[in-house]
Design a protein around this ligand. Sequence first.
Ligand code: ZN
Length: 197
Amino acid sequence: MKYSNQIQKLIEELASLPGIGSKSAQRLAFYIINMPKEKVQRLADTLVTTRNNIRYCKVCCNLTDQEVCPICNHEKRNKKQIMVVENPRDLAAYEKTGKFEGVYHVLHGAISPMLGIGPADIRLKELMIRLQEDVDEVIIATNSSLEGETTAMYISKLIKPTGIKVTRIASGVPVGGDLECIDEVTLLRALEGRTAL
Ligand code: ZN
């Protein structure tokens, strides 16, 4: 045992976070130990408060601290145009462009037979319920990975019988590319070049 139990525990907790290897975990642990106590308290409070207060928006399933998120609540947003994304980070990427005036639906994942993730494991049912209201267009903006394409096909087949227009963002987005890593211009081009499914 290189460190005291308490330090070891902190390192293990940090190392369990995504993208943090054991070296980074050690560095962070010692940084935290040397931080003023009030700062550590504030960090800990923020972690707990955020975790406790964040939930899914009742309408679009985006993460929010309110019952209905600010986007769904915004009177100027076009509620008849719904963009379907895989996760809140993808939503944030499109929101950053400032050009999309519709609303979103966050699936929290994508269908992946390989990983055993089926349609019931993502927020699809919630989307179908929304479509019972007056909707003009569903824009499928899932990633262009195998899972993203599988999900897009599945959703379009599901929506077809309703007669609602279904479009898919253009594949200016590199294959396997994560939406959040792509620059705003490419995102906008993908949105503008969307095609009917
Ligand atoms: Zn919402």
